[in-house]
Design a protein around this ligand. Structure first.
Ligand SMILES: Nc1ncnc2c1ncn2[C@@H]1O[C@H](COP(=O)(O)OP(=O)(O)OP(=O)(O)O)[C@@H](O)[C@H]1O
Length: 639
């Protein structure tokens, strides 16, 4: 049976072939290996015989068997911490010896290039100025105001500068000191607010300091990372890996990624070269653990990105296996960090099994995740959805003037047509539209229809091969196909610049999924637009949707309010009762019986919580019914 390939993918494939990279489908090269230098490729071709005691990079992450503690030998631990201390000398990276570290910034010749333009372009930090924060737990370390206030180490500071991060975002201001103090953490912060760096910086810094240094076990062919970062999708793991490699450049900390759909042999070779931080999807990691090619006994840092998703029904067994049934040190002996924009109470309860005396942090007042995003809801019959989308896209094309799209937080478009009103944000690059649908079949069919009607589109979902998924994402990011039709596989975490419009062609069943989907726009202080097609099929969502919109100061159409007034909550899954982002620490709920190692040390609020916060009694989610909300045909798309 011949596989249908979209126009977009053909273009991408042709481009790829022309560039001589990866065009041959039989030799799939995952993204993280594509920039490898010739020298490292030739090294890869050498027989892998385990550690080379002579040539092994002295500061590298090669935790192969053998009597090595590179950190000790190199003098990175001990009393040398502190600014200007010994660990700051740990430069040069892991390229000495066996492998060569590719410069992820591409600024080998002129590192000053990066400093020419100091601030991360387009970030509206004022949007974060009065962001309220709630913390609870024992002895919460105070937040910092600048990166200079934190002793992250010279090499990491240099990479932060190269990333053009001038100031820490609120979630970074609060979580980095908590993590550097060695505390476990459950953190809720709005989409696009910089959570990736929030967990990467302390891990990299901690490894650089050598706090984790221990004798590596004698286990030939088994890699023993010091840190594990788990995420639910391949694309998100790949993205975290790319980010972490930038942050870790020339720090001596080696980052490796492993995810499903890509040949395991290449990932094994990467692991054999040494790993400090392993970024992985759960399924592939379980495979590696069962093959005894990875051991978790050296893990000192565990981070779960999209932690609520990782602990819902789809992933929980795999996560429990990885964290509780293999050889990972228990809570207390490892540091655990859980991050998400949403954290239902029930999932918090599950998550507390993995944590020890942790701090709970909620960044952002109720609804602020979406302040930057103009949300519109339109009533559209099921049968009218395609023509309605077509109207939107035509209007967008007409208003967008050759790829320039104007968006502003004050723009509220209540009509079908995109009557953009103010030029408060002009996206000069190609503006991208992300369309969410419920099923994989629906995604293929809509993509085909859009392409047939003159709108270049591609699609990403779990029935596509990994190679197709990556082509699709690249083609979308580059603007070759400015429309991406996606299932929930693209709902979380993906940081794609210039996504100006998210269309919920099919609304999800769960309000948290809606929050993550619309969060693909309006990132890092930028504005965005989200349009939802609503009809009777979405009545289970109507109340939570209308509450969410109110909290985010969005105009709720009168018809939606009437609909919400009539609707009953069914099952409690979408009951919100105040409190976004999981709202509050479930330990503050009176029904929570405390015990074990964890204990709750009271709450602190700053920056605007209080009487008007909406964190009133009964805040947070309904007590039951979370999980299993991913529609048919979607679950298998993960990992
Ligand atoms: N301190 C900073 N200064 C400027 N930009 C930053 C800073 N920290 C992160 N960013 C940028 O903000 C964007 C969003 O960050 P990130 O992807 O980590 O968000 P997130 O909170 O994980 O979102 P999501 O909930 O959708 O996963 C990225 O492009 C990142 O490079």
């Amino acid at each position: 049976m011949s596989m249908r390939t979209s126009w977009a993918d053909s273009v991408s494939a042709a481009e790829n072939a022309a560039a001589g990279g990866g065009g041959n489908r039989s030799t799939y090269v995952p993204p993280h290996l594509r920039n490898r230098s010739a020298s490292s490729d030739s090294l890869a071709a050498l027989p892998q015989g385990g550690p080379d005691p002579v040539n092994a990079a002295p500061t590298g992450g090669n935790r192969w068997a053998g009597p090595r503690n590179d950190y000790n030998r190199s003098g990175y631990i001990g009393g040398s911490g502190g600014r200007g201390g010994g660990w700051n000398n740990r430069n040069g990276g892991w390229d000495r010896g066996r492998d060569r570290e590719v410069n992820p910034f591409g600024d080998d010749d002129n590192t000053e290039q990066a400093s020419g333009e100091p601030e991360n372009t387009g970030i509206n930090f004022d949007a974060y100025e009065d962001i309220p924060v709630e913390t609870s737990g024992d002895n919460v370390p105070p937040p910092v105001n600048t990166f200079a206030d934190i002793d992250l180490g010279d090499a990491l500071n240099e990479n932060i500068r190269r990333c053009k991060y001038v100031r820490p975002t609120p979630v970074q201001r609060h979580t980095i000191p908590i993590s550097l103090a060695g505390r476990d953490l459950m953190a809720c912060a709005q989409t696009g607010s910089g959570k990736t760096a929030a967990f990467c910086f302390p891990i990299i810094s901690g490894i650089m300091r050598g706090q984790s240094a221990q004798r590596a076990p004698r286990m030939p062919r088994t890699a023993c990372p010091l840190a594990l970062i788990l995420s639910p999708t391949r694309e998100l793991s790949s993205q975290i890996h790319d980010e972490a490699k930038k942050f870790a450049y020339q720090t001596g900390v080696k980052v490796v990624v492993a995810y499903g759909g890509a040949p395991i042999s290449q990932q094994l070779r990467e692991l054999e070269r040494g790993v400090d931080i392993l970024v992985a999807t759960p399924g592939r990691l379980v495979d590696l653990l069962e093959r005894a090619r990875v051991s978790l006994q050296m893990i000192r840092y565990l981070a779960l990105d999209e932690a609520d998703r990782m602990l819902d029904m789809g992933f929980e067994p795999q996560i429990r296996k990885i964290v509780q049934q293999m050889d990972m040190p228990p809570p207390g002996l490892r540091q655990t960090m859980l991050f998400s924009a949403t954290f239902p109470k029930e999932i918090q309860r599950l998550a507390s099994d993995f944590l020890s005396n942790y701090i709970f942090l909620a960044v952002g007042r109720v609804g602020s995740s979406t302040d930057l995003i103009v949300q519109r809801v339109e009533y559209v019959h099921e049968t009218d959805k395609r023509s309605h989308l077509m109207d939107l896209l035509h209007a967008q094309k007409a208003n967008g003037s050759h790829g320039k799209v104007k968006l502003g937080a004050s723009d509220l478009c209540v009509n079908v047509n995109m009557a953009f009103l103010s030029p408060s944000l002009v996206v000069n690059k190609q503006a991208l539209t992300l369309v969410f649908v419920e099923t994989k079949k629906g995604a293929d069919s809509l993509e085909y229809w859009l392409c047939s009607n003159g709108f270049p589109a591609t699609t990403i979902h779990g029935d596509r091969t990994q190679q197709e998924r990556e082509y699709a994402l690249r083609s979308f990011k580059s603007g070759n196909t400015p429309i991406l039709v996606a299932t929930d596989v693209a709902a979380r975490g993906l940081d794609i610049p210039h996504v100006a419009h998210v269309v919920n062609f099919d609304l999800p069943n769960d309000i948290d999924d809606y929050v993550h989907r619309i969060g693909r726009t309006g990132r890092a202080g930028k504005s965005g637009l989200a349009t939802a097609f609503f009809n009777e099929n979405n009545s289970s969502l109507v109340r939570s949707l209308s509450e969410l919109m109110q909290e985010a100061n969005q105009e709720v159409p009168a018809w939606l309010s009437r609909f919400a007034a009539k609707a009953s909550y069914g099952g409690g899954k979408n009951r919100r009762g105040g409190g976004r982002f999981g709202g509050r620490d479930f330990r503050r709920d009176s029904s929570f019986s405390r015990g074990g190692a964890d204990h709750y040390g009271g709450g602190n609020m700053s920056g605007g919580y209080g009487a008007t916060s909406g964190y009133g009694a009964g805040g947070g989610y309904g007590a039951s019914g979370y999980g299993g909300s991913y529609g048919p045909g979607v679950t298998s798309a993960w990992d």
